[in-house]
Unconditional design. Sequence first.
Lengths: 257, 253
Amino acid sequence: MIRVVRSWVIVLAAWAALLGVWELIARLNEHPGTLWPTPRTVFATIVDNPQVFWQNAEVTLKEAALGFAYGVVLAVTLAVVAQTFPLLRDNLYRLSLTLYSIPLIALAPVLVSWVGPGLWTKVIIALLASFFPVFVNTTQALRVTDQKAIELMSVFGASGRQTLVRVRLPFALPAVIASFKIAAPAAIIGAMLAEWVGADRGLGLLMLFSMFSFKVPQLWATLIVATALSLAAYYLFEFVGRLLFPWHGSARQTGVS
Amino acid sequence: MEGISKTFTLEGKQFTALENVSFAVDDGEFLSIIGPSGCGKSTLLRLIGDVIPSSGGVISIHGGLAADARRSRRLGFVFQDPVLLPWRTAIENVELPLVLAGVGSSERRRRARELLQLVGLAGFERARPNALSGGMARRVAIARALVLEPDILLLDEPFGALDEITRQRMNGELLRIWSETGTTAVFVTHNVGEAAYLSDRVLVMGTRPGRIVAEVQIDLPRPRTLELLEDQAFFRCTSRLSHHLLASVEDET
């Protein structure tokens, strides 16, 4: 208990120190409060006009969620295909690595010229941003399933499909959900990035707009909202993982190995 | 009921794990295989269970191949580790082979419950593997191996990781379960006392290459109780087994 309290004290102290330094820089600046708005100004921007942020965040979240969902479906499907057909595995891996290595910022204009500046450009960029971590983790997790459990299934005369559904996928699931913790924030960043090359609304657009109209506090506020959303996405899957797999980690000592 | 006959003739490749191992097991017999580490006794059991392919020779079970027996789910296998699926409860783990065989859910539940009762785990149906002790987890593994009423139960040092007292209790339980189900058991161990206590017959294996060096009939009366462990006849059996085991190790040095 004392340890928990102490760790919270440290966290709060760290945040307070960060805000203090921020405030200090803002005040000691050559142009106080303009290039470096004070924390209070920034938070006031959010509190005074929350609809602006909410309306734009809603759009970005929708794009990110769609892209993330499609990315996850695609990644898990391809990982299962790679597991089922070992010959394809390396090629699929190389292909997705190549896709991942294309700078998304360069791909966004290309996509705009293909599918227009609408929703789908953002969804596709978010998809590409979230696909790779899920694919890598899922292929890896499907491959390293406990060999003894695989033998067990074979002793019981299980088919390859049964082994996949009953053992490989459940064993891989915690790793898959863990990869969502990386993929979901990546999808949000991807959606914002896609908004830079053309959008009607969205946090990415709001940042761009704030920057060009010198609304520095609003720019900072957007940054904070976007960060909060990414963190929320991370903790959502952290929570889901703990909820779904209470056996994970502790189970490895007594249950399986 | 016809007698089971199994013959192994395994000519290995570069690395010969097992060479020319041949033996037969009778229906309802309790056969143990003992030998020093690395003699290939686990490999032998895996071959019978068709978990790994053999490099030569024939394993036949009731006139068919081991692979057929495995596919038609007539084998029960208990590994060194219980290997329970951690997201399934005890009863769901026991049900797993029935799920794979496509047995309906109410029938599944009924048979799994019976088996848990048989291994002395009634009341623990809904426990998760991480809440079970080592001995309990092994009971679940035995129940799971028996739930399809296999012709042969293969046990690969199932109690090796348990402490001595739990191990003895589990051996007693195993004998009870074996006599109640009337199944054929092939039990792999490196423990001489365990082999003598459980078996009708013990095969002693030697190393490099893995082969059978002796066959010892255990003529101790059944049912066997823990008092037997202090009996002179029991000591004579264990010392004979130890003698063969030592001889097999000395051969190579």
